[in-house]
Every structure is written in structure tokens, then in C-alpha cells.
Ligand binder design. Structure first.
Ligand code: GLY
Length: 314
């Protein structure tokens, strides 16, 4: 069995490519890297890679991570600038015994030294949006923070290996040096090839409080299905966070187990993509439902048309 699940419908093309690779017997690590790179390279997506929205000073600082579910090797970069594909740097770092999680200049220097493509990641469109939003925030005293739609993926290949990858430009107008959940093991992602994996998108500051990716893998180890594990981890933590802080940020989790079964839970409307040996790449929309359940529906032409008229999610 092979399979892949990814956050947001922006991952559709990447999942389509990855599913073909997995079908041909390519390793899950390479399939996930290819899929995340496609999202990073597309300037249309404003929260990942090239075209990602900048921090308060107008600089694009990117976070990414990669984890190998066979070995537990993890590589991560945080606040990296001018590097075309942070996921590829993270994947290479996962092979390092030491210094496998690098930030800022150190991460950039590593990428330069190791021959990764360097480019200005700020597009004209992202710069214009930054200028506009900054003015609005200053004039209207608005909360500057929105847009934190990480691309996260979990996959399984025909040999039974699993891996996960994440990539994000983090919060729009974040403070310089701010790091979200995406490069943090246990919060943004976790995978064990003998159990399964989980990964996140949403407000990093709140995802970190619950270590939700690890919690979902722990629940799958205890015998929960991926869907039961996602529901249990997400809605329980959302309730506890709300009780203690009167609010919880938006967050959504995806999971796949070592048999290719998958699940999702979310506290907001959320789109995601799945492909398995038994299922061609399919876009879904998930919304929280009563009794700590998640409603999951395939995305219809009608839904897409509605989004085109009134876009609210990626
Ligand atoms: N989940 C991405 C972030 O908060 O930076």
C-alpha cells in the first residue's frame, strides 16, 4: 500500500505528482520532497515558499522540516531567507547527526555551502500586499496576524516507509525571528513508520501548546484509527485551550497510519488532499461537527465556484 495526505487544496498538484512517484516505487521521502517543492515554487500561494508573505519588516523568513519515519531522523530550518526550497534543505539536514536544525543566517549559510538554489523569495505581489496591510494595520489598529497556511504532508511508500514534510512562511507580518510550529517536531509534524504520522497547519503559537502531531501518533499507537486520533487530540485540546484562555487559534491536523488509512480534524473550515493506492488524488473540505466529530466532504464544482466568488481558504 502507498498513500499521501496533505494540507490545503494548494497541495493538489504536488499530491498528484507524488502519487505517481509512489505508484512507481519511488521512496516516500523523495515523493514528499517533490510535492512540497511544487507548492514552494508556485508564487500564487501566499503562505509557502516563493511568494510567501513577509514579516513586519518586509523580509520573507521561511520555516520547514522533514522527518524520516524509519529512523526518526529530523531536519529543520527556521527563519531561513533567500533559499528557493527550504524543504530540500530540511531533508538534507535530517541526514546530519549533529546540527540538524538550523535557524536564520546559519540555515542560509548551510544552504549556500551545500549548493541549494538561492533566490529572492519576495514577489512584487507579496510586497504590494505587505505595504497595503501595513498601512491598514497602522491606520485601523488592526490585529496584523493572519495567513498561516502551512503545507504539511504525511506519506507511506510501498516498502512500508513513512515520512513527513512541512513548509511555511508563517504568520503574515510576524516579528523578525518568530518561529511557528512547522519546523518543530511533535507540534508541526511527527511520524513513526511502525505506527503512522501526523502534521499540522494553523496558529503555531497554539499548536505548540498541545504538541498535537505527536499526540495523534501516540493515540494511533494506543489503537485509535487516524480519524479517531485526530478527533480526540484536536477537539480535546481546543476545549482545554478555550477553557483556560477563552479562545483557541485556528488549527487543523492530518494523519495517516502505516496501513494507509487517514484522518483529519479541525476547528475551522479546512481543505486537504489525499491519494492512496485505492484512491486517485481527491480534494476534501473538513469542518468541525457536533460531538467532537469532523464532517468531511469531497470538494464539488459548486464549492469551488463559491470560493471563486468569495475566497476564504486556500
Ligand atoms: N503553522 C504555521 C505557523 O504558525 O507559523
Amino acid at each position: 500500500m502507498w498513500g499521501i495526505i496533505a494540507t490545503w487544496r494548494m497541495a493538489f498538484d504536488g499530491v498528484t505528482v507524488a502519487s505517481q512517484l509512489l505508484k512507481e516505487g519511488v521512496t516516500v521521502g523523495d515523493a514528499i520532497e517533490s510535492a512540497v517543492r511544487l507548492v514552494e515554487d508556485n508564487p500564487v500561494y501566499k503562505s509557502v515558499g516563493y511568494g510567501g508573505l513577509p514579516n513586519i519588516q518586509g523580509a520573507v523568513q521561511l520555516d520547514a522540516a522533514y522527518m524520516d519515519g524509519d529512523t526518526y531522523q529530523i531536519g529543520g530550518v527556521a527563519g531561513i531567507s533567500d533559499v528557493k526550497n527550504p524543504i530540500s534543505v530540511a531533508k538534507q539536514l535530517s541526514k546530519e547527526r549533529f546540527n540538524s536544525f538550523l535557524v536564520g543566517e546559519g540555515a542560509r549559510d548551510y544552504a549556500v555551502l551545500n549548493g541549494f538554489d538561492i533566490q529572492n523569495m519576495l514577489t512584487d505581489r507579496a510586497k504590494a500586499e505587505w505595504e497595503k496591510r501595513l498601512k491598514e494595520v497602522q491606520k485601523n489598529q488592526l490585529n496584523p496576524y493572519d495567513g498561516h497556511d502551512t503545507v504539511s504532508m504525511v506519506g507511506l511508500d510501498v516498502s512500508g516507509s513513512m515520512a513527513t514534510g512541512t513548509s511555511s512562511s508563517g504568520l503574515f507580518l510576524k516579528q523578525p525571528g518568530r518561529v511557528g510550529d512547522s519546523p518543530l517536531s511533535g507540534s508541526g509534524f511527527y511520524v513513526d513508520s511502525e505506527i503512522g504520522g501526523a502534521a499540522a497547519t494553523g496558529l503555531g503559537e497554539d499548536l505548540m501548546k498541545g504538541c498535537l502531531s505527536y499526540e495523534i501518533v501516540r493515540l494511533m499507537k494506543a489503537g485509535y484509527t487516524p480519524q479517531e486520533a485526530c478527533n480526540q487530540a484536536v477537539y480535546d485540546f481546543d476545549a482545554r485551550l478555550t477553557k483556560r484562555n477563552e479562545k483557541a487559534g485556528a488549527f487543523s491536523l492530518i494523519a495517516m497510519d502505516c496501513n494507509g488509512a487517514w484522518g483529519v480534524a479541525t476547528n475551522v473550515e479546512f481543505t486537504f488532499v489525499v491519494a492512496t493506492e485505492n484512491q486517485r488524488p481527491t480534494m476534501y473540505v473538513a469542518i468541525p461537527a457536533e460531538d467532537n466529530q469532523t464532517n468531511i466532504e469531497p470538494i464539488t464544482e459548486e464549492w469551488l465556484e463559491q470560493q471563486r466568488k468569495n475566497p476564504t481558504v486556500d
